[in-house]
Design a binder for this molecule. Structure first.
Ligand code: OGA
Ligand code: NI
Length: 357
């Protein structure tokens, strides 16, 4: 547990122990950013670190089977680790509905939201959290998140226990994104010379997938706070829906500066996670990204984190390795990697070191 000054201890108690989250803190009427959320100057995203030319690739996937589409996806995964897809077939109504339901959930009174904190939740398939790893962080992220687990098998039994204001919308969103996830995985794995995703592989790679609703309440001084610190995702891939507020930035490929991910209505932002970087033996890149706080609006985003079974063993795929190519990673049990990743604050791409040879 990090050392904190008495002010921050008090904020910690209100946000974490009392289960109010950052939403509860904002609702309490704060007009300044508390110390616990004040980011050291050199870690802020100053304007001189933002690159205004260029953007991550935008790929039209109206015809998934077009070889050019497949090529663009694999190239983007290798060069950028991040891209947007448009014309993916998930209706805008489904996307709007899940975003609206996100605002409904976080608009609930605190007593209603707090039913889903880990210690209270009626099922482990739904959980509300705040910041990223509150017990390991000295500076908090300006974010709460509601996560719903999609697999394995019997998750549907617990859906009636999900929050009524968003469960149908999240369920529909999760189901509607499945074919998109499946197509992306097929194409990305084919790009690594994997012939097909058989049932066993699908089960190993995607069973613990979750839908998360990220909520970034309006911040009285967004320059001082961070929505999410620079990090890479531990997932295989992440498919994310954002809203029109913007605020997501991706580390430029040369490592210098940050590029804004321009909101495109109806698009998904797709990024490669650590699991796939490991499986591809660095052919695909899990790129650092971060979110800034917003001074005028409550922002939501709804990522699907495609996640392996916790007992799956992840390592460079034999098919992906050229002859004589050395593996850069050892085999790791997914649960061990996730425990490591979620046990510390967000810290760029440091988690990957856990698996690196
Ligand atoms: C995440 C993330 C980006 C966003 O949840 O891991 O990077 O735009 N979210 O909310
Ligand atoms: Ni992320």
């Amino acid at each position: 547990m990090p050392q904190r000054d008495p002010n921050s201890e008090e904020t910690f108690d209100f946000v974490v122990n009392k289960g109010n989250g950052i939403k509860g803190l904002v609702d309490s009427g704060i007009e300044t950013v508390p110390e616990l959320y004040t980011v050291p100057i050199d870690e802020r995203l100053e304007p001189n670190k933002i690159i205004t030319h260029g953007s991550i690739p935008v790929i039209d996937v109206s015809n998934w089977d077009d070889p050019k589409v497949k090529e663009s996806i694999c190239e983007a995964a290798a060069e950028w680790g991040f891209f947007q897809i448009i014309n993916h077939g998930v209706p805008l109504e489904v996307l709007d509905a899940v975003r609206e339901s996100a605002h409904r959930f976080f608009g609930l009174p605190n007593e209603e939201r707090s039913k889903y904190w880990p210690e209270n939740s009626p099922t482990d398939t739904v959980v509300l959290t705040t910041s990223f790893a509150p017990r390991a962080e000295t500076v908090f992220e300006w974010k709460d998140a509601l996560t719903m687990r999609f697999g394995p098998h019997q998750y549907r039994d617990s859906v009636p226990l999900w929050p009524p204001v968003c469960r149908d919308e999240v369920l529909e969103y999760g189901e509607s994104t499945k074919p998109v996830v499946r197509k992306l995985m097929e194409i990305l794995l084919k790009g690594l010379k994997v012939k097909e995703i058989d049932k066993a592989r699908e089960y190993a790679l995607m069973t613990a997938s979750v839908v998360t609703i990220n909520y970034y309440p309006r911040c009285p001084n967004p320059d001082l706070a961070a929505g999410i610190f620079p990090h890479s995702d531990a997932s295989v891939i992440t498919v994310l829906l954002q809203d029109d507020n913007g605020g997501l930035y991706v580390r430029a490929t040369d490592g210098n500066g940050w590029i804004h991910v321009k909101p495109i209505d109806g698009a998904f932002v797709v990024n490669i996670g650590d699991m796939l970087q490991i499986m591809s033996n660095d052919k695909y890149k899990s790129i650092e990204h971060r979110v800034v706080a917003n001074g005028s609006k409550n922002r939501v985003s709804v990522p699907v984190f495609v996640t392996p079974r916790m007992d799956a063993v992840i390592g460079p795929l034999p098919e992906a390795m050229g002859s004589g190519e050395q593996p850069f990673y050892k085999k790791v049990v997914c649960a061990d990697y996730f425990r490591h990743h979620f046990g510390k604050k967000h810290d760029g791409k440091k988690s990957l070191e856990f698996a690196r040879i």
